[in-house]
Design a protein around this ligand. Structure first.
Ligand SMILES: [Zn+2]
Length: 279
């Protein structure tokens, strides 16, 4: 049964312009018809942020015993969210899904100017500036707004408990893939070590920042990248995690590779439990 929940949104006036406005936080709602389709018994906590004039909704879906917590930060990537639902349906856990119109970038107006950035470039000051400069310029108020948005996302995810960050991404066929980290390719500076299973689709891979996790995943014969400690500061969540010494896992597959996404999530979750979270 689907219950429609009417949400009372409280607008707060008089806040400084550079802060994202937390409109409302709602605890443990019954399911409601948001994307992707949810299953019975799953609960949601919804946080509404306003990035200048751009609404960003963070939906935390939880089910069963708390176990692995996931986060999906690009709103045009749904395969990971669906795979996470399948994982938590059987094993318990949660996923934070960032929703802002089904596209990749944040796009918003500030002082009659349009700004745009990749939401995966807002986790360090240098990354925020670089991300904005790809499209316009790094207006200081806009830099502050994005830094505060990143803080709100991390506060909801709370990477200290659990002591890791586990993200899910999707990519296009033949675009970004594990080969991009090989010597002479665009991302060679981002990787310290690579393990490639040539029988897998090159678009399907796991990226980690912890060497023990990397060595453990190699034994599973899956595509895996160990991010370099000298990776350029692109403001990504993986760079932030490395800087903060928080073990980071990204399971990334081609759009639509749902079964492979679930398989790699299961492998990575098990490896995480055996190396970072000994039971
Ligand atoms: Zn992504």
């Amino acid at each position: 049964m689907v219950l429609l929940i009417s949400i009372l949104v409280t607008f707060t006036t008089g806040l400084k312009a550079q802060q994202p406005v937390v409109l409302n936080v709602i605890d443990s709602l019954t399911i409601r018809p948001v994307h992707p389709p949810v299953f019975e018994g799953i609960t949601t906590d919804t946080t509404h942020l306003l990035l200048s004039d751009w609404p960003v909704t963070l939906v935390k879906y939880s089910y069963g015993e708390p176990k692995i917590n996931f986060i999906a930060i690009h709103d045009d990537e749904d395969t990971g969210v669906k795979a996470a639902f399948e994982y938590i349906r059987f094993s318990g856990g949660s996923i934070i899904d960032c929703q802002y119109g089904g596209i990749r970038n944040f796009k918003f107006m500030y002082n009659n100017e349009e700004f745009q950035t990749d939401p995966n470039s807002i986790y360090t000051p240098a990354g925020i500036a670089r991300g904005l400069e790809k499209y316009n310029w790094a207006a200081p108020e806009v830099v502050n707004m994005l830094a505060n948005t990143a803080k709100e996302i991390l506060k909801l995810y709370n990477p200290e408990t659990p002591p890791y960050i586990f993200t899910l991404h999707n990519n296009g066929d033949g675009g970004f893939g594990i080969h991009d980290y090989l010597k002479g390719y665009p991302l060679e500076n981002f990787a310290d070590s690579l393990y490639i299973n040539f029988e897998m689709d090159a678009d399907d891979l796991i990226l980690v920042t912890d060497v023990n996790l990397f060595n453990r995943l190699k034994k599973e014969n899956v595509n895996v990248v160990l991010q370099s400690n000298n990776a350029p500061d692109d403001g990504s969540l993986s760079y932030y995690a490395m800087q903060q010494r928080i073990p980071y896992v990204n399971v990334e597959v081609q759009h639509g590779h749902l079964y492979e996404h679930l398989r790699l999530i299961e492998i990575a979750a098990k490896a995480l439990e055996e190396t970072i979270l000994p039971l």
